[in-house]
Design a protein around this ligand. Sequence first.
Ligand SMILES: Cc1cc2nc3c(=O)[nH]c(=O)nc-3n(C[C@H](O)[C@H](O)[C@H](O)COP(=O)(O)O)c2cc1C
Length: 509
Amino acid sequence: MTSTFAVDLEKTSRTANVGIVLLFLLFGAAGIRYSFYFHFFTVAFFFLILLNLHWRYGQRTHTLLANFGFLAQTRYIVESIGPEFRQYLFASDTEERPFSRVERAEVYRKAKGIDSSEAFGTLLDFGDKELKLRHSFYPADKDDLDAFDVAVGAARGLDTTYHVRRPIMISAMSYGALGQNAVRSLARGAKLAGTVMNTGEGGYPKYHLMEGCDLTFQMGTAKFGVRTEDGHLDESKLAALAALDQIKMVEIKLSQGAKPGKGGLLPKEKVTDEIAELRGVRLGHDVISPAHHVECTCAASTVEFIGRIQQVSGLPTGIKFCLGRPDELRAMVQEMGRQDTFPDFITVDGGEGGTGAAPKSFMDDLGLPLFTALPLVHRILQEEGARDRLVVFAAGKLVSPGRQLKALSLGADVAYSARGFLLALGCIQALQCNRNTCPVGITTHQAHLQRGLDIEDKAQRVANYVGALHHDHVELLAAMGTTSSHRLSEKNMYLPAQTTMPSPDKELS
Ligand SMILES: Cc1cc2nc3c(=O)[nH]c(=O)nc-3n(C[C@H](O)[C@H](O)[C@H](O)COP(=O)(O)O)c2cc1C
């Protein structure tokens, strides 16, 4: 559903649910009064009412059915015949944005543990304009592949060095942007899958902590959860959080792909009493974070701040940004060299990245796309002798194993996904994350919408998704004749004839 045309789902489903009861009574009365034959309809509506009760209160697998009953079933039926309709009338399976039906279907199948093999041939463009991975005449033996292992903090010799052992991690999404059932499903799924989850910038990660998974604590520009009254860092609060066993890394958010140059935004509709308390903000107001950390006004102060967080937390600590000006990044990396203070990781977020809420103009027109930014970041780090001092994480529509390996070939060490995991939870791309009305209960705090999101069932889907991505990661690496993702480089990519990789010098001139 890419349209923003707003149907009031709740009202329509209430009308449909009451409607079938009224029709049952109407046909029952007509059967008694006029003709026995009306009872065919009475019986049909009776069974429909029973089914509706089962969909709403009996089953826990389908969130939409639990929330909307009969109306949702109608949607499933229409959706199942949708491909035939669209083939002749509407959008093709590869057209929708931000994720096409083909992309979404791949995630749904992986999350449900369904075989994702397809017949006849690719539905995607496969011409000489596409960025593709190169395979080898001599595929590697899968048993010879190194286990996936990226050590974060090893360059500083930290006791707290964290080993990322899955090629995909759950990217920053706060409790606030997501409802508590979604957060707990992701966290429980992360634990099952053995991957690490980022808390997002929502303050004390109460629900993230509940399920026992490994966490990266994110500190946004407002420093929710670790700030003083006047918005500066409260070191004691950060140290207390970092001492929790589950917190493995700290990510300082400098900026985000969907709204670079702007702070986080949580619309007032989503600020509940609990969220106001966890973030230390007022009810009834949009929560708008500052555009930058008060401590970070230039390269020198930013690097000093990174060093301070490393010291206070004692954990692997990195920065997240969307690249705008490569010259600014080069200056910052040079400053890292001068101060001999390097973050343990850098998270590069593509301008195409997702968000719970952002101004449209920021989403549409600011920030470099991930596949442009990654090679620039990689080369600047190499040229400044910093590439071995840190690891690089990447985010930006990396929902499929192919795109993840392209990111790894272009300079990343591990892939991050946010929306891939929302799709795994059952997101139908309704584009209502900012309105507290998410029909599948993911980005809402309304209890009746979250009711259908069964934590146990969705956690398993999250784990299935990670497992399937890891499986395909190994399969693709072997086909590329490579035994470790550490050995990937641009040489493993096919670049369209007229494409040259972005160069920092060209960008700077
Ligand atoms: C609902 C939602 C909430 C998000 N919240 C945060 C956040 O708190 N902090 C942050 O740095 N990024 C946040 N992001 C951005 C993601 O962490 C990620 O960088 C971006 O969406 C790119 O990944 P994707 O294309 O797989 O979604 C959020 C994204 C979504 C969809």
